[in-house]
Design a protein around this ligand. Structure first.
Ligand code: ZN
Length: 329
C-alpha cells in the first residue's frame, strides 16, 4: 500500500482548485461573449409552426387574452382560438428584431368568432332582426302594449358567418314590426267584422243596425191605422236619431212617398233593397253610393205615422220580408 503524503495531497487540492477557477472564469467569458452577441427571446409557435419572436412572454400573452380572446364588438358572442400560441425560450442574434405585431396577426388568424343576434317573429315568421336582446325586448313590449294578443316571439340566433347577420337598428326594426302589427290588427278587425256581421240577406251582408231604439210594431201585424198588414218593422226612437244604412249599396230614391213620408230606398245588389220611412231628414240622394254604417237619414214622423219611429223594410226580388228574420231577432 502506498500512502499519499500530506504534501502531495495539498498539492493536488491546490491544482484541482486552480483548474476549477480557470474553468469558471473561462465559462464566464464565454457567457459574456454569448450575451454580447445574442439575446434571449421567446419563439412563438402556432400549431407547431414558428411564427416569430416576442420579447416578453407574459405581456404578449396578456395582449392575446385581452385583445384577442376578449375581443368584443357588435354581435360578437364568443371568441376562441383554434390553437393557442406556444412559447420557447431561445437565444438569437442581437441584430434579430422581435416582431410582436406580426405574431399577433398570426394569432388573430386563429380566431373563431361566433356572432349573436335576435330575430323577431310574428306568427312564426321572421319580420326583422336586431343586435341585442335589450332592443328585441323593447320592441316586444311595444307590440304587447299595442295588442296583447299579438303572437310575437324573440329568437336568439348564433352564426360564425358575419355576412349572415342582417339586423336593423332599433328605430327601423321597430317601425317595420309595428307596420306588420298594424297590418295584422287590420286583418283581424276585418275578420271580426265579418264574423260579427248581423246577417246575410240573399248574399248581402247586413253589417249594422239601422237605428237604436225600441221595436214598436212588428212585421205583418194588423193595425187600424193600416189597410193592409205591416210590410216592415217599426223601431221607435226620438226625432233626429241617426239612421244608418245596413249594408253597402246605392241609393235608389230619397223623397216623399205618400204614407211612407220621407222615404230612402237603397239597392244592395242581389235584388235586395232596404227602405227607411217616416224620416225627418234625408242626407242622401238618388245615385249616391253608400257604405254600411253611413248615416243616411234621421228619425221622424213624416207620412202616416203616430210618433217618431223608423219604418224599416227589407225587400228581396221586390217582395217585402220579415226584417226580424235577419236583425233585431
Ligand atoms: Zn211601419
Amino acid at each position: 500500500m502506498e500512502f499519499i503524503s500530506v504534501k502531495k495531497l495539498k498539492f493536488y487540492t491546490k491544482e484541482i482548485f486552480r483548474f476549477f477557477s480557470i474553468t469558471l472564469v473561462a465559462f464566464g467569458f464565454i457567457i459574456a461573449i454569448i450575451f454580447m452577441k445574442y439575446k434571449p427571446v421567446y419563439a412563438v409557435s402556432i400549431s407547431g409552426e414558428e411564427v416569430g419572436y416576442v420579447e416578453n412572454k407574459e405581456s404578449f400573452q396578456e395582449v392575446v387574452d385581452n385583445d384577442v380572446k376578449g375581443y368584443s364588438a357588435k354581435n360578437v358572442d364568443t371568441v376562441t382560438l383554434e390553437s393557442d400560441p406556444e412559447y420557447e425560450l431561445k437565444l438569437v442574434n442581437k441584430s434579430e428584431e422581435t416582431n410582436e405585431d406580426s405574431v399577433l396577426v398570426a394569432v388573430q388568424k386563429e380566431m373563431k368568432i361566433t356572432y349573436k343576434y335576435y330575430d323577431i317573429l310574428i306568427d312564426d315568421q321572421v319580420i326583422d332582426s336586431v343586435d341585442t336582446e335589450e332592443e328585441a325586448n323593447q320592441i316586444l313590449e311595444e307590440c304587447k302594449e299595442k295588442d296583447e294578443s299579438i303572437n310575437i316571439q324573440i329568437a336568439e340566433k348564433t352564426t360564425e358567418n358575419a355576412g349572415e347577420i342582417n339586423t336593423n337598428n332599433l328605430e327601423v326594426a321597430s317601425t317595420n314590426i309595428m307596420a306588420k302589427v298594424d297590418e295584422d290588427i287590420a286583418i283581424k278587425e276585418e275578420e271580426e267584422k265579418k264574423a260579427n256581421s248581423l246577417a246575410d240577406v240573399n248574399g248581402v251582408q247586413i253589417a249594422v243596425l239601422p237605428v237604436t231604439g225600441r221595436i214598436s210594431s212588428r212585421y205583418a201585424s194588423v193595425s187600424r191605422l193600416r189597410v193592409s198588414t205591416h210590410t216592415g218593422l217599426d223601431i221607435a226612437a226620438t226625432k233626429g236619431t241617426p239612421i244608418y244604412v245596413v249594408a253597402d249599396g246605392t241609393v235608389i230614391s230619397a223623397g216623399w212617398s205618400g204614407s211612407y213620408g220621407y222615404l230612402v230606398k237603397v239597392d244592395h245588389g242581389n235584388n235586395v233593397e232596404t227602405w227607411y220611412a217616416h224620416t225627418s231628414k234625408m242626407y242622401v240622394k238618388a245615385g249616391d253610393v253608400v257604405s254600411a254604417g253611413d248615416m243616411i237619414a234621421a228619425v221622424g214622423s213624416s207620412g202616416n205615422s203616430t210618433g217618431p219611429h223608423l219604418h224599416f223594410e227589407i225587400r228581396i226580388n221586390g217582395e217585402h220580408v220579415n226584417p226580424q228574420n235577419y236583425i233585431y231577432k
